[in-house]
Design a binder for this molecule. Structure first.
Ligand code: ARG
Length: 590
């Protein structure tokens, strides 16, 4: 279906042209003075300059023309030349009825379906998943769902960090603790055990211990670097250990992401890009892109228009070792080869912005990507605690994701059982669903690039701009619809046929529902899930206002009652569609 704003713009453009002005002046926008009108057109002011006429004169002419259209209940020109518009309820009602009976509520698929890869999650093997990786997972998952809703082929890749020094540290620490393990016996040529010599909890204790120890002991760090080198250059025993580490970590990560309702199509790792490195490096040298500077191999990426210094992109360290950059570039090579994406979106901490700028420029300059493949970086801010510092546990340590989820779920459980009597089991299940909405909405409702304060109390509240409030609204509508069905009503093929123009809260709800088209499209184009949140927050508020003003099930006029129910149905479906693209779902009851 055509978006409502486009329909009005077309009408206004035609009115301008009928009055002898260029159509381009007919652009309409949502009113920034909702107390005065619903939509507005400021084109007369711009046209005034071209046609050397007073803006109000032009506005008046256009308004006279627009008044002939049945689409509007009010059109007026106000000084100095604004055109204020209100839509007629009749027109809007027809529009929302069509939405109700059209697939995706009339949202059209993208004109051209693209292959889009999203690089998100980005956890590091053998390190516990913590809140730092939470944002990437939540935002990335939502972008993936939006892209799919719009008909794109979206491939989500977790891009595990599995290739750095952390691996060497773990191996070194293991060797210190259990030197007798067969993995450290250089003369061993047999098969290695299939069972790992450690559990996930041991693994998670080993890494921080090794990391802390290496900071105090240079010779230990040296050993870890050596182990990393050996691992990367084919040491059998170390590779077998690394496989164990990977397997155990990935199992654990999958469990955690599942709790977050986050899924990846690909579980690729930094190490998967290794085979592409030698050829890529050779190519960069052969083409004259890469040169040696202070022993390291680099590619210049600065541009004339730069206002700040952009350092060269380092491809190989002076000892020939590859870096984070090298892996990311080789991953681009791999992605181009295997999937040929039109777009790759990276959802990573915004502190890595300069780094990605270098990588993107390097990939473009060296033509690792085709000209029309776009590389986009969505950098997110830090999740802070109430003290304004990066979120920590009460004891001051790094908060593990599973503990954070538990904390929220407990808080939700508490609130749910406080409100009314429910069976423990049911309340626990509901708390999980609502808890997830609290975490995800709490994150997504902020502009991604901004830091935000993770406030358990506020996020779990049933009031205000929160996930639980949205779910509560959905549950409220569902319960009315259920009662309506219990009373023998059917929602099949329902249409709104009788609504009253003068009823301000009804009109507001119809108007807000009609604005749904384009919401997900815009949010996706700008990589801005918070726009979906702010839309549903408005819609939920508008609905609740309507609900308090209107007798719905008690309405005696059958046509009127059915019209309300149709409106409820549409509102509920829009809300559910939106929370689905945000990555959470509603409970049946709360
Ligand atoms: N593992 C990295 C980290 O924890 C994030 C990876 C982001 N993605 C990428 N392609 N570099 O910081």
């Amino acid at each position: 279906m055509e978006k409502i704003i486009d329909i009005i713009t077309k009408e206004a453009a035609k009115a301008f042209s009928d009055c002898g002005y260029e159509e381009k002046y007919g652009i309409v926008s949502v009113s920034n003075r909702p107390d005065l009108c619903e939509y507005q057109c400021n084109g007369a002011m711009a046209a005034a300059k071209t046609y050397k006429k007073a803006p109000i004169m032009i506005a008046n002419e256009v308004v006279e023309r627009l008044k002939q259209s049945r689409m509007f209940s009010m059109v007026e020109a106000v000084m100095p030349g604004f055109i204020n518009i209100k839509l007629s309820l009749d027109f809007l009602t027809k529009y929302v009825n069509e939405m109700l009976h059209t697939e995706h509520h009339g949202c059209e698929k993208a004109k051209e379906s693209k292959t889009i890869m999203i690089d998100y999650g980005g956890p590091n093997v053998a390190k516990p998943l913590h809140v730092g990786h939470l944002r990437s997972a939540i935002i990335g998952e939502s972008l993936k769902r939006m892209g799919r809703f719009l008909g794109h082929k979206v491939i989500g890749d977790v891009h595990l960090g599995d290739w750095g020094l952390q691996m060497g540290l773990i191996i070194t620490e293991l060797k210190k603790r259990k030197p007798e393990l067969v993995y450290f016996d250089e003369s061993y040529t047999g098969e290695y055990p299939t069972e790992a010599p450690f559990t996930i909890s041991e693994l998670e204790e080993i890494y921080p211990a090794a990391s802390a120890y290496s900071k105090e002991h240079p010779e230990y760090k040296e050993e870890a670097m050596e182990a990393t080198y050996l691992l990367q250059h084919g040491n059998r025993g170390y590779q077998a250990l690394w496989n164990h580490i990977l397997e155990i970590s990935v199992d654990d990560l999958k469990k955690n992401y599942k709790k977050l309702n986050v899924e990846f199509d690909l579980w690729k790792k930094e190490s998967d890009a290794q085979p592409y490195i030698p050829e890529m490096v050779q190519y960069m040298k052969d083409q004259g892109y890469a040169y040696v500077s202070d022993g390291a191999l680099v590619v210049d990426v600065k541009e004339e228009s730069d206002t700040k210094e952009i350092p060269p992109c380092m491809i190989l360290k002076s000892d020939g070792a590859s870096l984070y950059n090298t892996t990311d570039l080789a991953t681009i090579v791999e992605r181009m080869k295997l999937f040929h994406p039109d777009e790759i979106i990276y959802v990573v901490d915004k502190r890595q912005e300069l780094y990605f700028e270098q990588v993107f420029r390097c990939a473009r300059k060296t033509k690792l990507v085709e000209e029309d493949t776009s590389l986009r970086f969505l950098g997110f801010g830090t999740m802070n605690g109430k003290d304004g510092k990066p979120f920590k546990t009460r004891a001051g340590g790094v908060m593990r994701l599973e503990h954070l989820i538990e904390e929220i779920n407990d808080e939700m459980f508490h609130k749910i059982t406080q409100n009314h009597e429910v069976e423990e089991e049911e309340a626990r299940a509901t708390a999980k669903i609502v808890g997830l909405s609290a975490i995800k909405y709490g994150d997504l409702s902020n502009q991604a690039s901004k830091d935000y304060v993770f406030d358990v109390e506020r996020f779990t509240s049933f009031e205000g701009n929160t996930g639980p409030y949205i779910l509560y609204t959905i549950v409220r509508i569902k319960s009315i619809l259920n009662k309506y069905k219990e009373q023998g009503g059917s929602v099949d093929g329902l249409q709104a046929v009788k609504l009253e123009e003068t009823n301000e809260s009804t009109k507001a709800l119809v108007l807000e529902a009609a604005r749904f088209l384009g919401v997900i499209e815009n949010a996706f184009a700008e990589l801005a899930p918070h726009k979906v949140c702010s839309y549903i927050y408005n819609l939920a508020n508008t609905f609740n206002h309507f609900y308090h003003e209107t007798k719905i099930l008690g309405e005696e006029d059958k046509e009127k009652k059915e019209s309300y129910i149709a409106l409820l149905l549409l509102t509920e479906q829009i809300l559910e569609t939106c929370i689905d693209v945000l990555g959470f779902e509603a409970a049946e009851r709360m």
